[in-house]
Write a protein that binds this ligand. Structure first.
Ligand SMILES: [Ca+2]
Ligand SMILES: [Ca+2]
Length: 334
């Protein structure tokens, strides 16, 4: 038994993010172990999953999208465990309410969760004033005391909580559960080609939510790698992809999204005739025809590339594990 335990310990020691832990912290590590997802989500044993409170208000659709891009969904108190975990998450916060994944967008008054569970099946009650009689208020907000009311879906902004259920997912070499990130060993970097055609700003937001950033090409080698990765995708995606550079002040001064002038970024080849600021409306960057840059309309809907470092979603080195609790012990002393 002891031998088996020792082997498991040794194996674990060298597989936790590939780093060896000092002997004396090993035991503590086991008692505080939680499954890996991403540094900005907190694991709750009671709901077998992670929660993340978004402080910056968003409308209902934005909240749902951001949760989805982060790998989760808009948190919804479907049962008492989730209700309590969400109330705990809001302890000490000054704002009053958060959006939850419940709405009556399809037909006024018929409230369902985003996965189709009727409101009556949830451990929730309306505030003592009851729901507002305004047929445009079709999305549900949740108060710290566990009561709910309805508000505008698109006109109102509220903080919100994202939830990721713990299944059997594992972090890839790219440090994410998102299997679409592809590792390029030569660059020690991961990339994801998005074939969901969208605006430059939404592309930026998506990459950011995925723990990545919109592609910044820093070398010809990187450019060629991206061209290769895009080859299996539809032609329109292959030949025109939003990238991480902009003319922020609309003054013809192109910088990367990291504030570096394009000429100093390691790759600054424009396609013939570009940047042409066509129609005096092109302030966002794209990589076109697998050859070079184009200035593009920011609101055009196109594919895009996210670029991710392997450790971008892991907790910072040297910091303790996110959750310190002894409720979840996977290895008992033999
Ligand atoms: Ca890069
Ligand atoms: Ca152009």
């Amino acid at each position: 038994m002891r031998i088996l335990l020792c082997s498991v310990l040794i194996l674990f020691r060298f597989t936790v993010r590939g780093t060896a832990l000092p002997e004396d912290s090993l035991e503590e590590k086991f008692h505080t172990w939680t499954p890996e997802f991403r540094y900005d989500y907190t694991y709750h044993h009671g709901i077998r999953g992670w929660l993340k409170l978004h402080h910056v208000p968003a409308n209902f659709a934005e909240a749902g999208n951001r949760c989805k891009y982060e790998g989760g969904e808009l948190a919804t108190p479907l049962d008492l465990e989730m209700l309590e975990a969400m109330k705990d998450t809001l302890i000490g916060e000054t704002y009053q309410s958060v959006f939850i994944g419940v709405h009556s967008i399809f037909s006024y008054g018929d409230y369902y969760s985003i996965k189709g569970v009727p409101l009556g099946r949830m451990p929730l009650s309306w505030t003592k004033w009851g729901p507002s009689f305004d047929i445009d208020k079709r999305c549900v907000v949740f108060f710290q005391n566990g009561t709910i009311t309805n508000d505008y879906c698109n006109k109102a902004g509220h903080p919100y909580i994202c939830y990721k259920r713990h299944e059997n997912e594992t972090l890839s070499i790219c440090g994410t559960i998102d299997k679409d990130y592809m590792y390029v060993p030569d660059l020690d970097t991961c990339y994801k080609i998005h074939a969901r055609r969208t605006t430059w700003r939404d592309a930026f937001m998506t990459c950011s939510a995925e723990g990545a950033h919109l592609l910044v090409i820093n070398s010809e080698k990187e450019m060629k790698s991206v061209v290769n990765l895009a080859k299996p995708f539809p032609r329109d995606i292959q030949i025109d992809l939003f990238a991480g550079f902009v003319d922020l002040n609309k003054a013809g001064q192109w910088t990367t999204i990291h504030g570096v002038p394009l000429e100093e970024s390691g790759f600054a080849i424009w396609n013939t005739g570009e940047p042409n600021n066509s129609g005096k409306t092109e302030y966002c960057g794209s990589f076109q025809y697998s050859t070079g840059y184009n200035d593009e309309l920011c609101d055009k809907k196109m594919g895009f590339v996210c670029e991710k470092k392997k450790d971008s979603l892991l907790p910072a080195t040297g910091k303790p594990s996110r959750i310190l609790t002894d409720q979840f012990i996977i290895f008992k002393k033999g």
